[in-house]
Design a protein around this ligand. Structure first.
Ligand SMILES: Cc1cc2nc3c(=O)[nH]c(=O)nc-3n(C[C@H](O)[C@H](O)[C@H](O)COP(=O)(O)OP(=O)(O)OC[C@H]3O[C@@H](n4cnc5c(N)ncnc54)[C@H](O)[C@@H]3O)c2cc1C
Length: 219
């Protein structure tokens, strides 16, 4: 876990500020230190879910990291065997996924505009990570939306771009360098999604029933 991030969201001084704010606004305070294990896979034990780590509820990274952890593990032990290289690679991949989530969530705190003890503290103590600085630099020269999610990253260029535009980062909106064919493909893709969105969307209950049926699970 990055030190600056623990500083932003962990206990100590900030915990006291949460308590003050909660007193004023009658909020329920949940105190915890964001953390993840460096060795999520150790010997023949693999931690999945909260036992591997937790960042914070914003952006639903808890469930995403759990699913990612399961999926990556399944690919490593698909043939029923594993070796130390599988284990080391898995730990590196999961570290990268956690760090990606930490950077992305941390970015949400980078441009506070509210005047309150909490946000003033964040403003005075915020330290952007190298990744945040690099995306900021990229955005100031070109739009990021064509950049795909890198392997072992949870968030894509589109995720970063849409958030950073809303947060008031300096974004170069000149898209003239984008090839006409790419522009057309993107528009076509967007139109197709809009047209078929409703027929693809299923409600939660139907989706669970579908999975139960497919895997012959008992209700
Ligand atoms: C209100 C709320 C909203 C959330 N919303 C989101 C969201 O929108 N998106 C998202 O990604 N994440 C969300 N989360 C986080 C997400 O729910 C958790 O990350 C996830 O449930 C963790 O799953 P887990 O199996 O690791 O742990 P848990 O779900 O906590 O399961 C641990 C289990 O172990 C049991 N247990 C504990 N100790 C023992 C023991 N000694 N012996 C036997 N059993 C034991 C517990 O009873 C529990 O059943 C939310 C969490 C909360 C509380």
């Amino acid at each position: 876990m990055k030190k600056e991030y623990i500083g932003m969201l962990g206990g100590g001084q900030l915990g006291m500020m949460f308590t003050e704010a909660a007193h004023e606004e009658d909020l329920k305070v949940l105190n915890w230190t964001p953390y993840y294990c460096k060795n999520i896979w150790e010997d023949n034990v693999v931690s999945i879910g909260l036992s591997a780590g937790f960042i914070e509820p914003l952006e639903s990274t808890g469930l995403a990291l759990m699913i990612d952890g399961l999926y990556k593990l399944q690919t490593k032990i698909a043939d029923g065997t594993w070796n130390n290289l599988d284990k080391d690679l898995y730990n590196l991949e999961m570290q990268s996924a956690f760090e990606d989530c930490i950077d992305f969530v941390s970015m949400h705190y980078s441009k506070p505009y509210k005047d309150s003890p909490f946000w003033n503290y964040v403003r005075e103590n915020y330290i952007p990570s190298e990744r945040i600085k690099s995306v900021e630099n990229t955005l100031s020269s070109k739009l990021l939306y064509t950049k795909n999610r890198k392997e072992h990253h949870v968030f894509s260029g589109a995720n970063w771009t849409t958030w950073m535009i809303q947060m008031g980062y300096d974004v170069n909106s000149d898209s003239s360098y984008i090839k006409e064919i790419s522009r057309k493909n993107l528009l076509r893709y967007h139109e197709r999604i809009e047209k078929y969105r409703s027929s693809w969307s299923v409600d939660h209950e139907s989706d669970i029933s579908r999975v139960e049926l497919f895997y012959e699970l008992e209700k």
